[in-house]
Design a protein around this ligand. Structure first.
Ligand code: HEM
Length: 531
């Protein structure tokens, strides 16, 4: 979300000055400053007064200074705090003067995400009528969220996924074809002969799989061919990068929102670039017009939204009208939630297998045996039979941790474990911390798909491994994401072998400024034809 560079740091400094500056200026006139400092300190003593451990905090800024200065991503900073208090199962922190409870105990997570969902049904993200792309499932609250979620839930049922699978497989075939070309370009000569392979033959899997996910969401969510796997300069690819890019002004708004939501939403610009904003609105408008005019039925996400729109009625306070803008917001959030998460998890898994030829061979054996059984085809049913493929992806989700946080805002004071969580407290379930807890996953940095057998799952708390969140607000597209990742992995492993090349990084550096984990130099692996 927040990609921060030198200009971003400038914005962070501006944000800090904006918050601290006025008080500093008043300091010349002392009395009010002392009052403001006292007020800030008072708010920041909330957790210690209740015996909840917290990291150190700065007046007005709270515990998020490393994020404001761009030294750490928001998620990484939270992971580090949670790790420090791991034995405790929870801790407090402050964003500005706003209190947040971090939870990394499976039983408390279960209570918040599921048992007491009625007290924690929102994430507390602001939405605004003047910013139509903000009105999506991730941000909406209360009955409007419930109403929309109920109407969009049928998008990814098993029946719908089976209908979509031929479209998905077309994108998978294209991934396979583009991998062959990319490896050839890189000097691998994979298509022709193993012997002809030159010294490097490396391909950046992160970039390639990003193109795959854009094409997949374009096809499934918008019913269009984005052509990113075929054409590196496709417009959609530029737009998808725009989704993850933040200007200093937008970063300023983001930081102000972290300090206080009302401060951020007062600013007169939107969270995403206006060019990107217009692109998604125009795309949804033209797609809907085309379908209405030509009576196209495609059984995809746009169809589901159009059918739901035609049934719109009832109390506007509880109902969200599916205008073209609101539909565009849902398509937009698929782009935010469904690209890097998926592409980098698959890339990470292949990268791990490049370091473990025996595991890679076992995965390939399973893939080839199941494809053989299904008359040489990659089928929906066949993918469901691939147990080891499933487990290596689960292990990738655990270690790469693309969805390491589930956010909630308490809407009704509730006792959680031994902590009284008062209304308006922000709550973050730090699943990443549970996924790396040696008491739950011994030797946690080891890549071991055996952790995900049915027996192993039965032996741990059901909320100890929750890469897609849990409860009524669990990831809407969990089944789709798993199928999409499986398909990509199968299409790669079926025809190619992966190994360490000259630029291989065993532990790739992760971008400290990206919201979702992202490798700074991509995932470079050497590729050759499967012999
Ligand atoms: C590896 C891939 C993915 C991971 C790890 C992931 C993870 C998550 C997590 C942790 C949440 C929050 C759950 C909670 O608060 O309890 C979430 C929510 C969501 N995800 Fe995903 N996700 C993935 C892929 C996708 C894809 C491909 C899409 C869309 C096509 C998507 C759409 C959504 C939506 C719309 C929500 C909000 C649900 C709601 O609030 O009702 N996700 N996801």
């Amino acid at each position: 979300m927040a990609v921060l560079d030198a200009t971003g740091v400038l914005a962070a400094v501006l944000a800090a000055l904006l918050v601290v500056g006025p008080f500093a200026m008043i300091s010349c006139t002392n009395g009010p400053t002392m009052g403001a400092l006292w007020w800030s300190r008072r708010r920041q003593s909330y957790w210690s007064e209740r015996g909840v451990p917290t990291p150190p905090s700065l007046p007005f800024v709270g515990s998020i200074w490393p994020v404001m200065t761009g030294r750490k991503s928001f998620a990484q900073h939270l992971y580090d705090i949670a790790d420090h208090f791991r034995e405790h199962g929870y801790c407090g922190m402050y964003s500005g003067v706003q209190r947040t409870l971090l939870v990394f105990d499976p039983e408390m997570a279960k209570q918040i995400l599921c048992k007491d969902f009625g007290s924690f049904h929102d994430r507390g993200f602001p939405t605004s009528d003047s910013d139509p792309l903000s009105q999506h499932l991730i941000s909406l609250s209360g009955s409007k969220w419930r109403n929309l979620r109920n109407r969009l839930s049928p998008t990814f049922t098993s029946g719908k996924l089976k209908l979509m699978f031929p479209l998905m497989r077309d994108v998978g075939d294209q991934l396979n074809a583009t991998m062959a070309k990319e490896a050839h370009k890189a000097g691998g000569e994979v298509v022709h002969s193993k012997e002809a392979q030159k010294a490097d033959g490396e391909v950046d899997l992160s970039a390639l799989l990003h193109r795959y996910t854009v094409d997949m969401i374009g096809s499934i969510a918008f019913g269009i061919n984005c052509n990113c796997l075929v054409d590196e300069n496709a417009e959609f690819l530029a737009m998808s990068r725009g989704v993850f890019t933040t200007t200093p002004a937008q970063f300023l708004r983001f930081m102000l929102m972290a300090i206080h939501p009302k401060l951020g939403s007062l600013l007169p610009f939107k969270l995403v670039f206006s060019k990107v904003h217009r692109f998604f609105l125009d795309l949804m408008r033209s797609t809907v017009e085309h379908r209405e005019k030509h009576e196209v039925v495609r059984n995809d996400f746009v169809d589901i939204m159009m059918q739901a729109r035609d049934k719109d009625h009832g109390d506007p306070d509880n109902n969200i009208a599916l205008t073209t803008e609101v539909m565009a917001a849902q398509g937009f959030i698929f782009f935010v939630a469904g690209l890097d998460n998926v592409s980098n998890t698959v890339a990470y898994v292949v990268h791990r297998m490049a370091q473990d030829p025996a595991l890679q061979q076992r995965v390939a054996d399973e893939v080839l045996a199941v494809i053989n059984k299904h008359a040489g085809e990659v089928t929906y049913e066949g993918l469901k039979e691939m147990d080891l493929v499933d487990r290596v992806l689960q292990e990738g989700l655990r270690l790469w941790s693309p969805g390491g946080l589930a956010m909630r805002k308490c809407n009704k004071t509730t006792m959680v474990g031994d902590v009284l969580v008062e209304k308006d407290t922000n709550v973050m379930i730090v699943s990443h911390c549970m996924h790396k807890n040696p008491a739950i996953f011994p030797d946690p940095e080891r890549f071991d798909p055996e952790r995900h057998t049915a027996e192993a799952r039965q032996q741990r708390h059901p909320y100890a491994f929750i890469p897609f969140g849990e409860g009524p607000r669990v990831c809407l597209a969990e089944r789709f994401a798993l199928l999409e990742m499986k398909l990509a992995l199968v299409m790669l492993v079926r025809d190619f072998e992966f190994a360490r090349g000259p630029r291989f990084e065993a532990s790739p550096a992760v971008d400290t400024k990206a919201f979702f984990p992202r490798p700074v130099n991509g995932f470079l692996v050497r590729v050759q034809n499967r012999g």
